[in-house]
Design a protein around this ligand. Sequence first.
Ligand SMILES: Cc1ncc(COP(=O)(O)O)c(C=O)c1O
Length: 294
Amino acid sequence: MPRDLLWINGETMPAEGALLPLEDRATVFGEGIYEVAIFYDGQPFMLREHLERWEQSAAGIELVSPGTLEEREARICALVEQSGHLDALVYGQLSRGHARRNHLFPDPLAVAPTEFWIVRKAPVHKPECYRTGVRLVSQPDERWAHCHYKTISLLPNCLAKERAHRAGGYEALLYREDGTVTECSSSNAYCVRGGVVWTHPATNRILEGVTRQAIMAAAASLGIPVREQAVTLEEFKQADEAFISSTTMEVMPVTAVDEAHIGAAKPGPVTLRLREAVRARVMRECGIPQAETA
Ligand SMILES: Cc1ncc(COP(=O)(O)O)c(C=O)c1O
């Protein structure tokens, strides 16, 4: 029987009911970084890329990530195996540790960082969403200037997603004051215009998704041109096709934004080719036989 497991600072225990010290800097300051990675059939998909981004995010907020990437990778794989979950979602978080509340960083020689990893069953997105495409609801991008670090301070993301959800949207499509689209609250955003995929460049204004990397590689091998340039919300709404991506969704077609239909209001051909290519890579790298997938 699979069980949800937690590894925290060297100890493994059931994930249910585990506690963090009250004055961990993650709880009092929302200070820390995180990663979300996925396993299929017991095999990781692009785990290395997730762990590389973990190190970049840690360095970006002056947080020393203990140990090496290889040690972390081995530990996560062992934890997933121990959990018994074959299709598993792993969530990892790192903070500067717990110390009496003070904005100044604690002395790293006196206070150890808090690192934990939780393994759970991977979520399954509704197959009809992939068939019909989803609706996005636009929301102002009110985040800070370092969105390229995967930090746990996600209040603007949560507000945007909640408001989009209340308005009947699947995700929040974020736009900046100048009207340009950045990404979604927990996924990257793309539109297709005249056969070209447009997406915001990987600057400090977006999180460069690991799935985005897979999409870029798939587009290159399929000969689909990609333009890393921001478009306005109006341009996005007038696109021929649109889609969003994340680790758990892979490529999700978008068929409406606010009240506007995108293209023919059904998943477009470029979107479907990219979805299929990313799916095929997942199956190849995780050793899943073709027949097992939805
Ligand atoms: C703001 C944001 N953008 C993009 C992504 C997609 O990243 P990935 O493909 O690595 O899951 C996420 C995932 O959590 C995210 O939070």
